[in-house]
Write a protein that binds this ligand. Structure first.
Ligand code: NAD
Length: 374
């Protein structure tokens, strides 16, 4: 038996944002509260969304101060702003950070509590306000997932919070919103999506349904991401990476991520490395370490992405996969932890705590090769 959790209403493709009012009407919603960040407010995207809603006769409110890697304080500020009005749903407009903020606010608005009481192993299935996700990066897949990641700024812990309540009811997946992403952000977020696809495919919780999504996603992203980075106005490349990120989100939300994400969250939280970048830094080495746990699956990834011919044996295909991931990192200027400048003495001091936090998130247990306590 496989249980599947997917957004109920999806509009995907160039111009999908214009469908937001129609999707809200279909869902019986009429008073959205928009959570977004300063860039979206300054670039005119927030005004565009408000305009679309006003034209359709909806009243809306907004909180434009979501922060990257959302903190407990930023969630509390957004929640306080929502409580000033009478809203029936929450829109997350932006990258993974505003969307994750919106998810947590939607749950706290109805149930109260604090993010730290909701982190895993707690599972939040009791829904809050309906969530509408409008991603403007092509990476996290948060528009399709049952998780949100909130940072406890007092302990520098990136808390994974999971459950059906965090699954968006509506996802508006419009690649045109990603055309403004600069090269570094395009690369980091795209590599995050590639990591989701690979980890979902080799996860111990993979199913035939998630396999299909993960393989389609990795093929799409592998070919289109370099083009999106070097030719940022390529609509075709942007569309492919956006669709791949969405597919990868659906795949990992139903199959889990694994060791790369487990280790990446503490690195991101303690050293303030962008989420996609910390995943990308780890992906080749953790893939190399994990191959013995799922050699045939990693070999399939290499074949599907066109890294090796279909008739190559598994061991050689896996070797080529790791080499190609390393080469892709070089081509997209992904630093190693050392060349990024992570302070070595602090790194050594924090290692035991980061290992504990990684294992506690549950993700490493789904890796094909499971790390153990030393
Ligand atoms: P982000 O939302 O933190 O945004 C990074 C920066 O990019 C911000 O300054 C933002 O204003 C800017 N930006 C966003 N869209 C832009 C655009 N179209 N053009 C130009 N600039 C733009 O970045 P992200 O990588 O999308 O999200 C990272 C967060 O998502 C992390 O907190 C991570 O833990 C979380 N995450 C969540 C899930 C999930 O399923 N819930 C999955 C993976 C990651």
């Amino acid at each position: 038996m496989t249980a599947l959790y997917l957004p109920s209403l999806v509009r995907i493709g160039g111009g999908a944002l214009n469908e937001l009012p129609a999707a809200l009407k279909q869902a019986g919603l009429s008073a959205p509260f928009i959570i977004t960040d300063a860039f979206m407010a300054q670039s005119g995207s927030l005004d565009r969304v408000k305009g679309l809603l006003a034209e359709a006769g909806f009243s809306s409110g907004a909180f434009p101060n979501a922060v990257p890697d959302p903190t407990v304080a930023s969630v509390e500020a957004a929640l306080a702003a929502l409580k000033q009005g009478d809203y029936d749903c929450v829109i997350g407009l932006g990258g993974g950070s505003p969307i994750d903020t919106a998810k947590m606010v939607a749950v706290l608005a109805r149930h109260g509590g604090t993010p730290s009481r909701l982190k895993v192993p707690h599972v939040q299935d009791d829904v809050g306000l309906p969530i509408i996700a409008i991603p403007t990066t092509a990476g996290t897949g948060s528009e399709a997932t049952r998780v949100t990641v909130i940072t406890d700024e007092k302990t520098d812990e990136k808390m994974l919070c999971a459950g059906y309540a965090y699954l968006p009811h509506i996802a508006i997946v419009d690649y045109e919103l990603t055309l403004t992403m600069p090269r570094r952000l395009t690369a980091d977020t795209g590599l995050d999506a590639l990591t989701h696809a690979l980890e979902a495919y080799v996860s111990r919780l993979a199913s035939p349904f998630t396999d299909a999504l993960a393989l389609a996603a990795m093929k799409r992203i592998w070919h289109a991401l370099p083009v999106a980075c070097e030719e940022p106005s390529s609509r075709e490349a942007r569309a492919q990476v956006m669709q791949g990120a969405f597919e990868a989100g659906m795949a990992f939300s139903n199959a889990s991520v694994a060791l790369v994400h487990g280790m990446s969250r503490p690195i991101g939280a303690h050293f303030h490395v962008a989420h996609g970048l910390s995943n990308a830094m780890l992906l080749p080495e953790i893939t190399a370490w994990s191959i013995t746990g799922a050699e045939a699956r990693y070999a399939t990834c290499a074949r599907v992405m066109g890294i090796v011919p279909d008739n190559m044996d598994d061991a050689s295909a896996c070797k080529a996969l790791v080499a190609a991931l390393r080469e892709r990192n070089r081509a997209l200027d992904v630093p190693t932890p050392r060349s990024y400048g992570l302070e070595e003495s602090r790194w050594n001091d924090l290692l035991p705590l980061m290992a504990e936090q990684a294992l506690a998130s549950g993700s490493p247990a789904n890796n094909p090769r499971v790390p153990a306590h030393a």
